[in-house]
Design a protein around this ligand. Structure first.
Ligand code: NAD
Length: 261
């Protein structure tokens, strides 16, 4: 299947590791020109090197997207690079904690990372997509939008908010050939999940292997996802082929969720 991605300019945020990195690499392999954004310039350079060694095209824009001036600087850089047609909106997860202790300042800080960058970048990219009558927007959320996860109040709250924004936007821009979807990863073998499992193991005084086993026991496939398995679905959703698929919250979770829809 020709995904119709070759030559298109893609913006991938949170691209230095994990799911975002896998999406950036996969888009480049499909011929997209990739603008990769994250905070760590060294990791971004390593990604650009990996893409270029495979014959792909990529540029790095180091930026902390939780800071509004850095979002503005990214948008100024993008103006020089051309019109983004494919946008993967992704950043790191917020700190854990229960809902009853949640403070509005914490919610605001987490929104600066998970929600506001997506809204600001999308608003800026939309006019160009509308002019071309083509665009693909995909936000990474979590399986928690379908079944909230204990002690992750910030994540549960903000990812639900982003899902509501995406659904609203999807209907507004569908007539221009722009699709807007969200992808909720299940438990995926990334540095972030490794850190979470190591923390859990230390807290309970059990081995890392035991923490892994406890996690995978919740997944009918009895294993974590690889970042590539998430990226393959994301790249399809970002492709020309996924042209009639919009307003969806797709969970890629190895059967972990029990909900009917
Ligand atoms: P990760 O922490 O490994 O990678 C996050 C990426 O975002 C990194 O490149 C990081 O540098 C970048 N980033 C973080 N904050 C940023 C900021 N303020 N500005 C710019 N870049 C920033 O995460 P991951 O495991 O690849 O997951 C990606 C997303 O999916 C996260 O939001 C995560 O919470 C969510 N998620 C992950 C899992 C999992 O099991 N890994 C499950 C459900 C949801």
């Amino acid at each position: 299947m020709d995904l119709g991605i070759a030559g298109r300019l893609a913006l991938v945020t949170g691209a230095s590791q994990g799911i975002g990195r896998a999406v950036a690499l996969t888009l480049a392999r499909e011929g997209a020109r990739v603008v990769a954004v994250a905070r760590n310039p060294d990791r971004l350079s390593a990604l650009i090197g990996a893409i270029e060694r495979e014959g792909g095209w990529a540029r790095a824009v180091p930026a902390d997207l939780s800071r509004p001036p850095e979002r503005a600087r990214l948008l100024a850089e993008l103006e020089r690079l051309g019109q983004v047609e494919l946008f993967l909106g992704n950043t790191g997860g917020p700190p854990p904690g229960p809902a009853q202790a949640l403070r509005s300042e914490e919610l605001h800080n987490a929104a600066e990372q998970l929600l506001y960058p997506m809204v600001d970048l999308t608003r800026a990219l939309l006019p160009g997509m509308q002019a071309r009558r083509f665009g693909r927007i995909l936000y990474i959320t979590s399986l928690a939008v379908r079944e909230p996860i204990e002690n992750l109040a910030l994540s549960n709250t903000l990812r639900a908010g982003l899902t509501g924004y995406a659904k609203t936007l999807a209907r507004e821009v569908a007539a221009w050939g722009i699709t807007v979807n969200t992808l909720g990863p299940g438990y995926t073998q990334t540095e972030r999940l490794e850190a979470i499992l190591a923390h859990r193991a230390a807290q309970r005084g059990v081995s890392l292997e035991a923490a892994h086993a406890e996690q995978t026991a919740l997944i009918p496939m009895s294993r974590l996802a690889s970042p590539q398995e998430i990226a393959d679905v994301a790249v399809f959703l970002l492709s020309e082929r996924a042209s009639y698929l919009t307003g969806q919250a797709l969970m890629v979770e190895g059967g972990a969720l029990r909900s009917l829809l």
